[in-house]
Each structure stands twice: as C-alpha cells, then as structure tokens.
Design a protein around this ligand. Structure first.
Ligand code: UDP
Ligand code: MG
Length: 152
C-alpha cells in the first residue's frame, strides 16, 4: 500500500551540510518526493509536533533544538513508506543505530540525531498537514517509477 510520511532534516543535518546526502538516500531507495521546503520551525509548531512528548524530561530541549536553526521538511510516498523511512533512519539514539542507517552513519548523540520520520500512517497525515499547506504538495509521476514497484 502506498503511504505518505513526513521527514524532517533537523538543524544538525542542515548545519552539517547533509541535506543532499539524506535526500539522496530516499531518492535512491525509490521513494517519491511530493513536498519539500526549507523553513524555520516556530515554537507553536514545534510544540504541536512533539506534543506526544510533552511530559518527558527532554521536551523543552527538543523544542529548543528544532527551533534553533532551519530544517528541511519533506513529504515522501511509496509502498510502506512510513516504516521504510523509520528503518532507513535507524534507532532514535545514533549510538545504537545500525551502520547503513542515517543516524548510524552520521550521528553520535540522541539529541542531534539528524532526522525525524513519522511513526505511523495516521500520525504521518497529521504531521504532513502541520508542515505543508495542501497546495504545497505536488501530484506528479516520476519517470521510471514502474521499475521500482508496480502502481497500486
Ligand atoms: N530524544 C532525546 N532524548 C531521549 C529521547 C528522545 O533527546 O531520551 C529526542 C530525539 O532527538 C528524538 C526526539 O526526541 O528524535 C523524539 O523522540 P522519539 O522517541 O519520538 O524518537 P524518534 O521517533 O525521533 O526516533
Ligand atoms: Mg518519534
């Protein structure tokens, strides 16, 4: 089933010049890009984005971090895209993330773990709507997509 997910390249990934490397992994995997922008996350959006962690001790720190410097927000589609992106990101803590994953290849610290990916299909829809207006999402066909997976 085709799914849509939200990916953020967090401030550390942008500051470290890893935007191209991260986007390239999703492109090469065969996922389909339908939304892309560079933005400064405002505090209200950050608090809504991390609302599930409101009671956790690291809540203030993650909100401070995601608002500290620009991020790249993307919406990607593909078969099982939500789980596929989570697998490609690796474990939350880069210290234990497998080599070959984004966090396992580029990070060492849980607070600066480079990327965010939605953790479920329903949450993905909410997160895409939090970062993109409907008209910012583009419907298009990528040449050769039939050589990646059959259409639904
Ligand atoms: N985080 C943290 N300390 C922790 C757990 C999480 O700083 O002990 C940060 C980390 O950057 C993570 C984010 O909070 O990406 C959201 O946590 P979640 O458990 O949702 O991890 P994710 O879904 O990003 O793997
Ligand atoms: Mg999460």
């Amino acid at each position: 089933m085709t799914e849509r997910t939200l990916v953020l390249i967090k401030p550390d990934g942008v500051q470290r010049g890893l935007v191209g490397a991260v986007i390239g992994r999703f492109e090469r995997r065969g996922l389909h890009l339908v939304g892309l922008k560079l933005l400064r996350v405002d505090r209200l959006v950050a608090e809504r984005h991390y609302a599930e962690h409101r009671e956790r001790p690291f809540f203030a720190a993650v909100v401070d971090f995601i608002t500290s410097s620009p991020v790249v927000a993307m919406a990607w589609e593909g078969p099982g895209a939500v789980g596929l992106v989570r697998t490609m990101m690796g474990a939350t803590n880069p210290a234990t993330a497998a080599p070959g994953t984004i966090r396992g290849d580029f990070g060492v610290d849980v607070g600066q773990n480079l990327v965010h990916g939605s953790d479920g299909v329903a949450r993905a829809a909410e997160e895409v709507a939090l970062f993109f207006r409907p008209e910012e999402l583009v419907t298009w066909e990528r040449a050769g997509q039939e050589w990646v997976a059959p259409a639904d």
